[in-house]
Structures are given as structure tokens and as C-alpha cells.
Design a protein around this ligand. Structure first.
Ligand SMILES: [Zn+2]
Length: 261
């Protein structure tokens, strides 16, 4: 991760140390609730209004309350890992932290502790050492992201973001809802060169845009006019790109994986 900031390096280092300390060899060894307990933090599920998880700190004891509205096991794992990140990294920030689903994907415009907790969670659940060899030389696709979710016991969302963080490829992942771009993440080589406006309407010429107009998704990667996604496509030097879309029924969202030639 060449362009990481110092604080992210600290977050990643802390997660890596836990793998070494407990001798984890694969994601299946990682029981998040046991790991939290070993750090002095009890995890309880219960009702939480408008937050995914909350961390309460009292001296050396901590309590993570996990929203019982989270259904996916991978999403629970990420939320607990994110809170363990706060526990280990942000002792002096606050004694009570409530984290929303937006915080769990935070990067742009987010506060530093949220970004750090996400880097920590990503490295804890999908260590770079294990992730990179599995994606090396491969372009991201829905099938390959799914394959990683099964291995790392993570969600499609967290896994696609992780892929973008760790690949040298020219690609991006975009999440859209009700015909509009919700949020997106580009790979490192595209940083500063690829920008979408969150909230903007999807182009009717994108695969995701067609889906929201009622056309079913083919399930294959399709070439699309680069202008359908990037306003100033000429600047990137490409006139077409490949889009593969995946419908996340539970959230009414579409995930588009975009790859530049
Ligand atoms: Zn948080």
C-alpha cells in the first residue's frame, strides 16, 4: 500500500500483530468475539438505533454492542473488527463511540478515527499477506470477489473495497441505489484520476443504469462507453471500459465493477 498515511500504517500494523500474537493461520481461525474478549471487550447483540455498533470504554473494560438488525455474518465480523480497532487505537478519542453503516465504509470526508478503524478491520479480516497472492494477476470480477468472501468470511462490499485497496490494476467499484451513485472506491493507480459525484444520476448507458430502468443484468462483464461513467473519459485515455454489475437485493443496491483496458 504505497500511498498510505502514517496513521493507517499504525492501524494495519496493529491488526497484523494480532495475527502473530494468536498464531492465526487462516480467516477461519479468527473468532471475532473471542478476540474481543481476549482484549478485555465483551460483545453483546441488541437493539441499536441508527448505529451498526457501539463501543463503551470503562478503564480496561470494554463493551461492544452490535446491532441485532445486522443479518449477514460477514457484516457482523466487520463491525466487531472495526470496534476492536477503535478499542486498540483510540483510547484517548472518546469513551463512547457509536458507528454507523456509513462509518464502516468511510474514506472520503470521514473523520480520521473511522478511517483508521476501517483500515484496521480490513487488515484484521483480510490480511494483505493472504489477500494479495489470491488476486495477483487477476482482474476483479463478481465471481472472484465472491470467491474471496467465502475464504475471508466477509461481505461483498468489504471485499470489493479491499480489492481496490490492494490491486495495481486500473479499476473501481461503484455502489448505486435508485438510479443514483451512492458511493464508490477506485484502485490506487486511479487515485486522483477518477471521480464520480455521489448522488448523481447513473448514465442510462451504464449496465447499472439500464438495470434501474428495468433491464435485467446479464451476469457477464460488458464493454460500455467510458463516457457512461467518466465525464472526461478522454483524460484517462480510454474510450471504453468493462462493467460487471451485481444486484445486492437485500440493500436495493447495485455494485458495478469497472475495469479500464
Ligand atoms: Zn467507528
Amino acid at each position: 500500500m504505497p500511498s498510505q498515511r502514517i496513521s493507517d500504517v499504525g492501524a494495519v500494523g496493529s491488526a497484523f500483530r494480532l495475527w502473530k500474537l494468536y498464531g492465526f493461520e487462516s480467516p477461519a481461525d479468527l473468532d471475532l468475539e473471542d478476540l474481543a474478549l481476549a482484549q478485555g471487550v465483551l460483545v453483546l447483540e441488541g437493539r441499536l438505533d441508527s448505529a451498526e455498533a457501539r463501543l463503551i470504554r470503562k478503564g480496561n473494560m470494554g463493551l461492544i454492542r452490535l446491532s441485532d438488525s445486522i443479518l449477514e455474518p460477514g457484516r457482523k465480523r466487520f463491525a466487531i473488527a472495526h470496534e476492536i480497532g477503535h478499542w486498540l487505537l483510540h483510547k484517548s478519542v472518546s469513551q463512547v463511540l457509536a458507528c454507523t453503516s456509513e462509518d464502516m465504509i468511510a474514506k472520503y470526508k470521514a473523520s480520521e478515527p473511522e478511517i483508521e478503524a476501517n483500515y484496521f478491520a480490513a487488515e484484521l479480516l483480510m490480511p494483505q499477506k493472504l489477500f494479495v497472492p489470491r488476486i495477483n494477476g487477476k482482474r476483479p470480477s463478481v465471481a472472484l470477489v465472491k470467491e474471496q468472501t467465502r475464504f475471508f468470511l466477509t461481505t461483498m462490499t468489504a471485499t470489493a473495497i479491499r480489492w481496490m485497496e490492494l490491486t495495481d490494476d486500473y479499476c473501481a467499484v461503484v455502489f448505486s441505489e435508485q438510479g443514483r451513485i451512492r458511493w464508490w472506491r477506485e484502485s490506487k493507480p486511479l487515485e486522483g484520476r477518477f471521480w464520480l459525484d455521489a448522488g448523481a444520476a447513473l448514465s442510462p448507458h451504464s449496465v447499472a443504469g439500464e438495470y434501474f430502468q428495468g433491464k435485467p443484468i446479464s451476469g457477464a462483464a460488458e464493454p460500455v462507453d467510458a463516457e457512461a461513467w467518466v465525464e472526461d473519459a478522454g483524460r484517462l485515455g480510454e474510450s471504453t471500459l468493462v462493467e460487471e454489475a451485481f444486484v445486492m437485493e437485500r440493500y436495493g443496491q447495485v455494485m458495478s465493477i469497472l475495469c479500464f483496458p
